[in-house]
Write a protein that binds this ligand. Sequence first.
Ligand SMILES: [Zn+2]
Length: 287
Amino acid sequence: MNTYDFELTDEVLGKINSFTRKPLTKERVYAFPIVLCDNETDRDGERFSESALEKLATLFVGKTGIFDHDPKGRNQTARIFDAFTDRPEGRLTSDGRQYVCLVARAYMVTTQANASLIAEIDAGIKKEVSISCSVGKKICSICGRDIYKDPCSHIKGREYGGKSCYITLEDPRDAYEWSFVAVPAQVSAGVTKTFGKAAPAQPELPQTAQLKDEHYDMLTLLKARIKALYEYAGDKAPCCKALIDTLPVAELIRLEKTLSAALTSPVKPQLEKAAADNNKYKTNKLN
Ligand SMILES: [Zn+2]
């Protein structure tokens, strides 16, 4: 029994029918609850703030979800017709705050094609839900900066002075879609939340964490090298150096190549100019 189960009353049907072109009868509707996301820190080191969850509750109403477990089920969709946040009494998040989750109610029009899917949901098969949305702010738990506007060097999942670094997602701007993966109950734990489209199926492996560390070190070296190249090229403007810290890796690599090339190879236009001057000199001499 799902805590968020509900009856298909006339009032509920009325809400559903506000999304349909023609009114549906109770016999043609299958409605069910889903937990879309919560305020736990997820596998990506990100969590939604409470106010973000409240905002998402309004943004997700009317949004379509897809069923991912079966390629044939791709055209089976459900639509959210109601959403709200819930604060189960006494339940805390892993870092000790009041647990808040975003609960949605969705409906499907019953057809022969989705009868087995509905039976699976009815049988209480656990659901893994992934959502896709955009947010306006990403706040670092260590320095409080909005890393969209003002990136910092803190790494998600690392500890700084005993405080663990995670990102709080604030100010949701839009909700795009949600997808629903039915997993046999004995295989996996229940609802998980993911942000964005990529949903890593496994918890992070130690090798992944080590790779992240190595990448971070390489990135630090790369930035230091570019700053040194800038100085060597005679540009000591602090704004250029500050800019380097905000560039994505691909841009940094390109910048490093350009700067290295400019500093180590002869500069062609100058040679051409010298050649032109020589020719002019020769011409003058001849005259
Ligand atoms: Zn930070």
